[in-house]
Ligand binder design. Structure first.
Ligand code: BT5
Length: 332
C-alpha cells in the first residue's frame, strides 16, 4: 500500500473524525511534510478533505474512483479481494492478471482499470472500454477442480454480475448463454474467462468482467453486431462504481465458496432461473447449419441443452442462440 492509500484507509476507518497531521504521521511513520503532500495529491484526485486549525484533516467526500485502498476497505470476502491492483489505464486487465498469475500472486487477486486501451472479447474481438464510466476487472482463481469443469466458473460469474446489477441498479438483468448479461435484450456485460492448465490440472483461471455502468450512447461504436446498453441508459441514474464493484466481489466470493463446498448444482439452478431463453423456442446457428428446439437448461460442462421436436436433447457447445420470432412460432 502506498502512503496515499494508507492515509485514505485511515480516513475510512475514522469516518467523520478529524485526524491531526501529527497523528497521521505517527501512525504511518512518515513525516508531516509527507502527510501534507499526500493530502494535496488526494485533493487533486477529487477527494474533498477539510483542514481545520488545531483539529486536523477530515474526509468529506470521495470521487467515483476505483482505488485499491477504497476497494479493499470494508470488503467482507473469504477468497476474493485480499489483494487489489488498481490501474488508471492498461491494455487489458486479463493480460495483466495473467502476468501476475504467472508470477505467483495470491488466489483472489483483483485487477481493475479505469480504462483499457486493448480490452478483449472472445475470439480476438474488441471490448469497448472508455475511461471513468464502466467496470473492467479480472479476478485470479486457483480452484482445485478438473479441467473440464473450468467453464462452470463463467456461469458463476454471470450469475454474480446479473444479481449485482439487479440489486444495485434495480434492473432486470438476465444471463444469455454462453457469456453475456443482457437487459431488455441489449448487452450490458460480457465475460472473458481464460485458463492456464495441463491435461489434468488447472494452474489458474482468470475471470474477466466488463460491465457498462455509466456509458453514454455516443460512447458505443456505431457498428456493434448486437444491441448494447448501460445501467445509466436503462435507469437514468448514475451508478457508483466502487459500491457496485464491492457488492459484485462479495457476491462472487459467496458463490465461489458455495461452489467449492457444494459443486456446480446450486449455480446451475441460479443461472437457469436467470436465463433469458429458458423454455423458449430458439434457433441455434452453429456455422455449419441451423437447429431449432427448446432451451431446457445447462449441463455440467457448460453446454446449453436444447430439446428438439422429436424429444432428443442436443448439447450446444458453441454457436449463436436466438429466440424464434413469434411470427415464425405461430406459423409452425
Ligand atoms: C465478451 O466477448 O463479451 C467478453 C468481454 C469481456 C470484457 C472484459 S473487460 C475486463 C476484462 N479484460 C479484458 O480485456 N476483457 C475482459 P464477446 O462475446 O466476444 O463480445 C464482444 C463483442 O461485443 C464485440 O465484438 C462487440 O460487438 C460487442 N461489444 C464490444 N464492446 C462492448 C461494450 N462495451 N458493450 C457491449 N457490447 C460490446
Amino acid at each position: 500500500m502506498t502512503s496515499r492509500d494508507k492515509i485514505l484507509s485511515l480516513f475510512r476507518t475514522h469516518p467523520d473524525q478529524y485526524l491531526s497531521g501529527q497523528e497521521i504521521s505517527r501512525l504511518l511513520n512518515i513525516s508531516r511534510a509527507a502527510v501534507w503532500k499526500q493530502v494535496k495529491a488526494l485533493r487533486q484526485l477529487g477527494f474533498e478533505i477539510e483542514a481545520k486549525h488545531s483539529q486536523g484533516y477530515r474526509l468529506l467526500a470521495a470521487p467515483d474512483l476505483l482505488l485499491a485502498a477504497e476497494i479493499e476497505n470494508g470488503l467482507n470476502c473469504q477468497y476474493i479481494g485480499q489483494s487489489v491492483i488498481s490501474l488508471s489505464e492498461t491494455d487489458s486487465t486479463n493480460v495483466q492478471a495473467r502476468r501476475l498469475a504467472e508470477e505467483g500472486v495470491l488466489e483472489g487477486t483483483v485487477v481493475v482499470a479505469d480504462r483499457q486501451s486493448a480490452g478483449r472479447g472472445r475470439l480476438g474481438r474488441r471490448w469497448e472500454s472508455p475511461s471513468g464510466v464502466n467496470l473492467y476487472c479480472s479476478i485470479l482463481l486457483r480452484p482445485k477442480i478438473p479441467v473440464q469443469q473450468a467453464p462452470q466458473l463463467t456461469f458463476l460469474s454471470a450469475v454474480a454480475v446479473a444479481e449485482t446489477l439487479n440489486k444495485i441498479c434495480q434492473l432486470s438483468a438476465k444471463v444469455k448463454w454462453p457469456n453475456d448479461i443482457v437487459v431488455n435484450g441489449a448487452k450490458i456485460s460480457g465475460l472473458l474467462n481464460e485458463m492456464s492448465a495441463e491435461t489434468e490440472q488447472i494452474h489458474f483461471v482468470i475471470l474477466g468482467i466488463g460491465v457498462n455502468l455509466n456509458m453514454l450512447e455516443d460512447q458505443f461504436p456505431d457498428k456493434l453486431k448486437y444491441p448494447a446498453t448501460s445501467a445509466f441508459l436503462e435507469t437514468g441514474k448514475l451508478v457508483n462504481r466502487l459500491i457496485f464493484l464491492q457488492e459484485f466481489l462479495q457476491c462472487l466470493d459467496k458463490y465461489y465458496s458455495e461452489f467449492l463446498r457444494e459443486g456446480f448444482v446450486p449455480i446451475r439452478r441460479r443461472w437457469e432461473n436467470l436465463c433469458n431463453m429458458m423454455n423458449m423456442q430458439v434457433e441455434v446457428d452453429q456455422g455449419s447449419g441451423n437447429l431449432c428446439g427448446t432451451v431446457v437448461g445447462l449441463d455440467a460442462e457448460g453446454a446449453l441443452r436444447v430439446q428438439l421436436d422429436n424429444g432428443q436433447i442436443e448439447r450446444i457447445l458453441a454457436g449463436d442462440v436466438s429466440p424464434v420470432s413469434k411470427v415464425n412460432q405461430e406459423l409452425n
